[in-house]
Design a protein around this ligand. Structure first.
Ligand SMILES: Nc1ncnc2c1ncn2[C@@H]1O[C@H](COP(=O)(O)OP(=O)(O)OP(=O)(O)O)[C@@H](O)[C@H]1O
Length: 284
């Protein structure tokens, strides 16, 4: 359980500004879903929180401390699973556990890794298989098992279920929600990037929408225990239907605005090109 606070968080890759002043406080135990059009900086924000990119001093705090590089109190789950291909799926969990629990011997590491394999609904016989011999859903379950096994209080999930079929995705969403809810007093804080409004509605306690880059937070919504949608209310509760429409509209408006901006820019570039050619011809 760690709180995350952003105070005018700005970040760019070199000259290109991606995040242009984010202000937000996530409480310990919140499940924050990030929405926004492609390229707006969602993954960048996760990488900053993970300490994989460096933010300006004081602009990003985790657990009340400035983020200063990666740490075992934060772990990431990626869309492409991030399993080491040269190790069995089980060893992928064991090696992560060993990093955190340095005194554990091999049998203890295997015992805990197997426990998490079962927790994620995986057959034990898959434990000794290499990632290349597993389905996408199985790989993502192992990657999720690894993340939960090391029991970091802050979990950063970057479109983890984006590549999965609908049924596997739904099962994994339920599993993650259950693992998070079971944490009760020790609930993990989760930041979860998704392109799916429905996924955000189902999982989040808090939804943030990022605008186009260089982005700011353009919309936030918080649920209470009573208003948080469930699979049952996701398509029946009028308040949830209304929120889904609003979120979808906000994202489409941003996409349309960006498309219009690019079109105008292109037209302006073309016209200035024409003027340059005309002036050159005149000069000749
Ligand atoms: N390592 C990098 N070096 C330079 N630019 C980068 C790097 N990583 C991302 N970018 C740029 O930063 C911007 C934001 O990228 P980011 O991956 O954070 O967006 P995103 O919202 O997660 O996109 P998507 O939804 O498509 O995954 C993009 O313009 C991207 O090209």
């Amino acid at each position: 359980m760690l709180e995350v606070s952003m105070d005018n968080l700005q970040f760019g890759y070199g000259e290109e500004l991606v995040l242009s002043g984010l202000n937000y406080n996530a409480k310990a135990g919140d499940f924050v879903c990030l929405l926004g059009q492609s390229g707006c900086g969602k993954s960048t924000l996760l990488r900053l929180i993970a300490g994989l990119e460096k933010s300006n001093p004081g602009q990003l705090m985790v657990g009340g401390k400035p983020v200063d590089g990666p740490s075992l109190d934060r772990t990431m789950v990626f869309q492409d699973y991030g399993l080491f291909p040269w190790m069995t799926a089980g060893d992928n969990i064991c090696i992560a556990l060993k990093q955190k629990y340095k005194t554990w011997d091999k049998p203890k590491l295997k015992e805990v890794a197997l426990e998490w394999t079962r927790n994620l609904g995986l057959d034990e016989e898959l434990f000794d298989k290499y990632p290349m011999n597993l389905s996408g859903g199985q790989k993502q379950r192992f990657a999720t098992a690894r993340a939960f096994a090391i029991d970091a209080p802050l979990l950063l999930m970057d479109e983890p279920f984006g590549a999965l079929d609908a049924v596997t995705k739904a099962l994994l969403q339920d599993t993650v929600l259950e693992l998070w809810q079971n944490g009760k007093e020790k609930r993990k804080t989760i930041f979860f990037v998704t392109h799916s409004v429905d996924e955000a509605l189902l999982l989040a306690t808090d939804i943030l929408v990022l605008g186009q880059a260089p982005s700011k937070i353009i919309y936030t919504h918080s649920f209470t225990e009573a208003t948080k949608p469930t699979r049952e209310t996701l398509f029946t509760d009028p308040a949830v239907l209304d929120l889904r429409n609003r979120l979808t509209q906000i994202i489409y408006d941003e996409i349309n605005e960006k498309a219009l901006r690019l079109k105008q820019q292109k037209a302006a570039d073309k016209s200035s090109e024409k003027t340059t050619i005309f002036n050159r011809k005149k000069a000749i």
